[in-house]
Structure formats: C-alpha cells, structure tokens
Ligand binder design. Structure first.
Ligand SMILES: NC(=O)c1ccc[n+]([C@@H]2O[C@H](COP(=O)([O-])OP(=O)(O)OC[C@H]3O[C@@H](n4cnc5c(N)ncnc54)[C@H](OP(=O)(O)O)[C@@H]3O)[C@@H](O)[C@H]2O)c1
Length: 311
C-alpha cells in the first residue's frame, strides 16, 4: 500500500479508552494513518493522542452515533466489551455488535478488525461464549471481518496480567485451585498490536479468523511463578484438586477487590484450555511473538511509560 493511499483512508478505533485500543492508536498515528476514535466519554481522551486524530462521541448501543462515527471509514477496529459492566454484559455486547455490523455495512466500510478471545469448542464460559458470539455477529451481519483471537495479553494495564501481579504481590502463600493450572497461551501486547496493524493490509477475500498466541503454553500459576521470579520474591503455591469458582471469587474480593468483578469472569473462562489450535496466523503474518519471559520483562520495563497511557 502506497503512503498516499494510507493517508487517504480513514481508520476508526472503538475502545480507544481501553487497554488494547489505547495502545493501538499511537501506532496507527506513527504509521501516518488518518485516525478517528469513538468514545462514550470523549473527555477522557482529551490530549492523549495527536491533535490530527479525531475523537467523536458515540456508543455502540446508539445507532445514530454510529452512523456519524462510521461515515467515510475504510477500516474499523472493534475493541469493545462490556465485561466490567454491572448489567447483562452478553446482551449489551450482542446488541452493540449487531448495531456496529449493520451500520458499518450501510456506510460502506471495507473491513472490520475484531480482537476476541481464544475459545475451545465446548463448555464455554459466558464470557468466552459472548466473545465468540460477537465475532459471528460481526462476520455474518457486517462487512468482511478479520477476527483475531487471543488468550491472556501480557502488558502493564492488561486486566488478566494485573490480576496475576496483584495476587503475587499480596500473597506469600497461595492455595491454588485447578483453574490456576489450566493451560493458556499468553501473548505480549506489542505482538497483539502488530497483528492488528497487519490486519489493515493483509490480502484476504472476505472474513477470516486467526488464533494468535506466544510460542509457549503456560498456566496462570506458571505466569505467577515467572512474575515472582522477575521481581525477585519467593511464593509458595499449595495446589488443591478442585475448581472452586465461588471460593476463588470470594478470595479475589478479599485480596484484590479492584479486579474482582472482571477476575470472576476470567476465572470462569479457565474451565477450558485457551490455547492456539490453528497456527495459520504464523503463516499469514510476519509477526514472531515474544516468549513469556521476554514479554513479561518488557511489560515491567515499559511500565512507567505505559501507565501514563492507561486511564
Ligand atoms: N486484555 C486482555 O487480556 C484481552 C485478551 C484477549 C482478548 N481481548 C479482547 O480485546 C478487546 C479489547 O479488550 P480490552 O482489554 O482493551 O478492554 P477494556 O480495556 O475493558 O476496554 C473496553 C473498551 O470498550 C469500550 N466500551 C464498552 N462499552 C461500550 C459501548 N457501549 N460503546 C462504546 N464503547 C464501549 C470501553 O469504553 P469506556 O471507556 O466508555 O468504558 C473501553 O474503551 C476485547 O474484545 C477483548 O475480548 C483482551
């Protein structure tokens, strides 16, 4: 793609106040893309991005606001989820995705790029089932959609990673239920952003799903051990052989109340492995993800700078 065409096209980022969107926008700006962000509370984004980046007020639950936000857009990133909401998050995410898909189609958007969760085939938690449903709504009701699916994202500010840190920082001894041992395939935030950026120009007829992950499968417990090692503390984990979501969420409320509501949904997601089964992304994209040790070292190094970017 030529530099000129790049500058002509308009890229919409939803979820720009969130963890992933907030890190995507500066990279798009550095590449010379014309960027528009949709935000429910634009005031939170004031001064955070380049002055050329447009910020429009909007809500995926409000179709009129989407008509304005999607006008003239070539590619739209869908990085919205309602997991932190107290209301019925599945219903809100379903309606939001339907609105977005239909208005994007009406407005002639060329491609939607969505980041969802890595899912197994059966016994999905409500969180993962909802992430998958959003992907299928976007694909079936909207323009051509690239869906990237990721497990835990390693980076300062990522909820799942912050939960690991919070538990290790606070608890010298942990009773660890079975979800702590369930395999996941974490990926560094830099690698997620690289895939999302490559999604702009990858040649693809129609819609496609790409599972993305780092080179290793590791459990939450493995992440906790690696984090403890990198910050130089010793932690004792005592495994117990049962999955106890109720007990675990009570434990989270006591130890790390900030992450408890979302943490409960994350733990519930860990009844299945969240690992890459189809390695096609490595063939299609030149991204070579960092391993867990490198990804975590990088997250800790970049912490101060990244904290400044996280609301
Ligand atoms: N973080 C991870 O570890 C991880 C791992 C795998 C996949 N993902 C996927 O990555 C995507 C982005 O996740 P994230 O971690 O960046 O989430 P996040 O930090 O919680 O951000 C969610 C964003 O959604 C926006 N939003 C919520 N409801 C909205 C609505 N009705 N209209 C418009 N915007 C709305 C929020 O805006 P407000 O500021 O207005 O609330 C916020 O900007 C999600 O699809 C998630 O499943 C994340």
């Amino acid at each position: 793609m030529s530099q000129d065409r790049k500058k002509d096209r308009l890229v919409l980022v939803t979820g720009a106040s969130g963890y992933v969107g907030g890190r995507l926008v500066p990279v798009l700006e550095e590449r010379g893309e014309r960027v528009r962000c949709l935000a429910r509370n634009p005031q939170y984004l004031a001064g955070r991005f380049c002055s050329d980046t447009e910020i429009v007020a909007g809500d995926v639950l409000d179709r009129d606001s989407l008509r304005v936000a999607l006008e003239g857009v070539d590619t739209a990133y869908y990085l919205v989820h309602s997991m932190g909401s107290r209301a019925n998050f599945e219903e809100q995410d379903r309606i939001g995705a339907q609105n977005f898909a239909r208005v994007a189609l009406q407005q002639g958007v060329r491609r939607v790029i969505y980041l969802g969760g890595l899912v197994g085939d059966s016994q999905l938690s409500s969180h993962l089932a909802s992430r998958r449903e959003v992907g299928s709504i976007l694909t079936s009701e909207g323009p051509a959609t690239l869906e990237f699916r990721a497990s835990i994202i390693i980076g300062s500010g990522s909820l799942s990673f912050e939960m690991v840190r919070s538990l290790v920082n606070k608890l010298p001894i942990m009773i660890t239920p079975s979800w702590v041992r369930m395999p996941t395939q974490p990926i560094a935030i830099e690698d997620v952003i690289a895939y999302l950026i490559q999604g702009l120009d990858v040649e693809e007829e129609g819609s496609a799903v790409f599972e993305i992950g780092g080179p290793q499968q590791v459990s939450y417990g493995g992440l906790m051990r690696e984090y403890a090692r990198q910050i130089g503390v010793r932690r004792l984990m005592i495994p117990v052989p049962f999955l106890s979501p109720r007990l675990s969420s009570l434990w989270l409320w006591l130890v790390t109340p900030l992450y408890a509501r979302v943490g409960k949904k994350l733990i519930d997601s860990l009844r299945n492995e969240t690992v890459v089964r189809d390695g096609g992304a490595l063939d299609r994209f030149p991204v070579r993800p960092l391993n867990v040790r490198q990804a975590m070292a990088r997250a800790l190094e970049e912490e101060d700078r990244e904290k400044a970017q996280t609301r």
